[in-house]
Design a protein around this ligand. Structure first.
Ligand code: ADP
Ligand code: MG
Length: 252
């Protein structure tokens, strides 16, 4: 039987008195595309950030295959190795691209593979060019991020994460900072990744994308997963009043 690639159990996160994640349980299967929706402040980003260990949970466990992500027993070099393993296997794409402005597009992409993973430079360049080609940006490899549109920058950010050969890709509102006419080009790259079998966890307000690409839609509110199901179930027949209210509020 196939095992989950990510297992989240009893996950909690507080900032002082503010409980942001109250108790989240979630298992993600290899190749599954999960879209996370919910009102602002419901804990969606925090969920993604704890999975990538950018935030340390207050309670609960997150496993990537057999690795406990929030392993607090690791110190020093062992912890650094652990973090490197997590960041390599979980690619993350943010709302604001976070490209290095002083590096060319190619340098941005090979930085992780060559510096962190110590891979061969020539091979990393070849892989980067291939990936850039797959998102229609092969001709941009030698320019600097400033010269690209937001949609192009975000496609580069996706390529940069993919260059580490991650098992899972996490997207936190990847199209929210883009001009409307640039949203489609990023979503279509994400859709093609999903089609190729990438395991993905996507926070987005793009409901058409969710309907078309998600295997499962998760609705969060107040630090809980309130409801989850297929796009059909969640969008056409939401069971929980809070889900119904949220969906009504965003004018589907
Ligand atoms: P969402 O992504 O669903 O909009 P977030 O996970 O970003 O929600 O935030 C959930 C809540 O946690 C919000 O009330 C936010 O203000 C709070 N929060 C997020 N990060 C921090 C932080 N570093 N320190 C204090 N509060 C935070
Ligand atoms: Mg957020």
């Amino acid at each position: 039987m196939t095992k989950p690639i990510i297992r989240i159990k009893g996950l909690k996160k507080s900032y002082g008195d503010l409980e942001v994640l109250r108790s989240v349980d979630l298992e993600i299967m290899p190749g599954e595309v999960i879209v996370v929706i919910g009102p602002s402040g419901s804990g969606k980003s925090t969920l993604l950030r704890t999975v990538n260990h950018l935030e340390v949970p207050t309670g609960g466990t997150i496993f990537l295959k057999d690795t406990l992500i929030n392993d607090t027993s690791l110190k020093g070099r062992a912890f650094e190795r652990h973090l490197c393993h997590i960041r390599t296997n979980l690619g993350m794409v943010f709302q604001h691209f976070h490209l290095f402005p002083h590096l060319s597009i190619l340098q941005n992409i090979i930085e992780g593979p060559t510096q962190v993973l110590k891979r061969d430079k020539q091979q990393s360049i070849e892989q980067a060019v291939e990936l850039l080609n797959s998102v229609g940006l092969a001709d941009k490899k030698d320019v600097y991020p400033d010269l690209l549109s937001g949609g192009q920058k975000q496609r580069v950010a996706i390529v940069r994460a993919l260059a580490m050969n991650p098992d899972v890709m996490l997207f936190d509102e990847p199209t929210s900072a883009l001009d409307p006419e640039l949203v489609g080009e990023v979503l279509s790259v994400m859709e093609s990744l999903a089609t190729k079998g990438m395991t993905m966890m996507v926070v987005t307000h793009e409901m058409d994308f969710a309907r078309k690409v998600a295997d499962r839609v998760i609705f969060m509110d107040g630090g809980y997963i309130i409801e989850q199901g297929t796009p059909e179930q969640i969008f056409n027949n939401p069971q929980h009043e809070r889900t119904q209210k949220f969906l009504a509020s965003i004018h589907l």
